[in-house]
Design a protein around this ligand. Structure first.
Ligand code: ZN
Ligand code: ZN
Length: 408
């Protein structure tokens, strides 16, 4: 069977998928709390006569073993965000303060659709297909939780792993690129220490508010003065907290930093610079205690290997046409997906699927207002259009899988 004939069968399940998507969208759950979501995914897989394995608290895997050939792993993240939905959709979130604002409900539904297509058409391919539903992408804990719970011993070793993400680009487009497509992300909690005193007696203090302020300013020079122009890096101080009252000089200050890089060497240099600057400023201030650094929410670099990316891009182009398949530019967002193929020691491909209303996007592009008029992931207004996003995301998973699975 040709891939095109295979994909035509999507039509017979598109109503089921649309309703499924709306249902996931109505019932979002935040990271590591995806209990109802995972139950619904399990029951859909069981309806397809597939057995499921729970790996980690809210992670799930289904394996289709279908004769000799390659093994493909496809992953969908399943968690939502603590965002209050403001889309006005008739299938908007029914959970106060929680929303599928990153489109992971689309990823779940597309993967379930791909599983159904592959499962019902087993005569058209040969090999092993692993569908992996991963919790807690948003806080970088989910891939790690599944690996720590023995993922690599519990499923066959894949030859290749896939993941996709909806983005605020026109629906009906897929974007791929070799090399870094998503940045490495790190959060750092820095605590610096002073000596508390009465606000009227600053000479008795080591003022951590002033100390934190000098650190915040000097941190700005890491990107502007220490990083080679053209090299990508972000250092953001997202929070600076100290003190309670105007007449008390506190004894400590806390800074929360967020870092983004496309290159491991750059990342390491930036972390070294941060620690050097903080220690240097603490010494200059006469701080009585060493500062502390706590690294958390750490996302690896998503760096598509050229060979696997070329294979999948060629399959996409063959099937969908060059109009649909575009070159991706690297996004500054981050993902923990690559920890899964890295745990197996196998290559992967991560691609983007457009989800914005194409007409609105075109109008915004002409007006030069894409950034303000097209809500991006994590916005309370983020609302992927179901058609053709769901169809293309489903077919993309199938076409990528078939580019590795033996054809019969
Ligand atoms: Zn997100
Ligand atoms: Zn996401």
């Amino acid at each position: 069977m040709t891939t095109a004939a295979f994909l035509e069968r999507f039509d017979s399940q598109s109503d089921w998928q649309r309703e499924l998507y709306k249902d996931f969208h109505r019932h979002p759950e935040v990271s590591l709390d995806e209990n109802a979501t995972v139950q619904r995914i399990a029951s859909e897989l069981e309806n397809m006569n597939l057995s499921v394995q729970h790996i980690s608290e809210t992670g799930l895997v289904a394996v289709i073993e279908n004769g000799p050939g390659s093994t493909v792993l496809a992953r969908a993240d399943i968690d939502a965000l603590p965002v209050s939905e403001d889309t006005g959709l008739d299938y908007a979130s029914t959970i106060e303060g929680v929303m599928h604002a990153c489109g992971h409900d689309m990823h779940i539904t597309a993967l379930l659709g791909a599983v159904r297509l592959l499962n019902e058409n087993r005569d058209a391919w040969s090999g092993t297909y692993i569908a992996l539903f991963q919790p807690a992408e948003e806080n970088a804990a989910g891939a790690r939780a599944m690996i720590d719970d023995g993922l690599t011993a519990k499923v066959p070793k894949p030859d290749i792993a896939f993941a996709q993400h909806v983005m605020p680009q026109p629906a009906g487009q897929i974007q791929t690129a070799s090399g870094p497509v998503l940045s490495a992300g790190d959060s750092v909690r820095i605590t610096v220490f002073g000596r508390g005193a009465h606000g009227s007696m600053p000479h008795l203090s080591v003022d951590p508010v002033v100390l934190a302020a000098t650190i915040v300013l000097r941190l700005q020079t890491i990107v502007s003065r220490e990083t080679e122009p053209g090299e990508f890096a972000v250092v953001t101080v997202g929070a600076s907290n100290s003190g309670t009252k105007s007449n008390i000089i506190p004894d400590r200050a806390q800074l929360l930093l967020n870092l983004r890089t496309y290159d491991t060497a750059v990342r390491e240099r930036i972390i070294a610079s941060i620690e050097r600057i903080v220690r240097g400023e603490c010494a200059a201030a006469g701080s009585p205690r060493d500062p502390s650094f706590e690294y958390y929410d750490q996302f690896p670099l998503t760096d598509n290997p050229p060979e696997s990316t070329d294979t999948v891009t060629a399959a996409f182009t063959d099937c969908f046409g060059a109009e649909v398949v575009r070159q991706a530019s690297p996004a500054t967002a981050s993902e923990d997906f690559s920890e899964i193929p890295d745990a197996f020691g196998v290559p992967y491909v991560y691609w983007f699927v457009g989800s914005a209303d194409p007409e609105k996007y075109r109008a915004a592009e002409e007006a030069g207002t894409v950034l303000t008029d097209i809500p991006a992931n994590h916005s309370p207004q983020f609302a992927p259009v179901i058609d053709p996003t769901l169809e293309l995301a489903t077919k993309a998973q199938v076409v990528a899988a078939l580019s590795y699975l033996g054809r019969t």
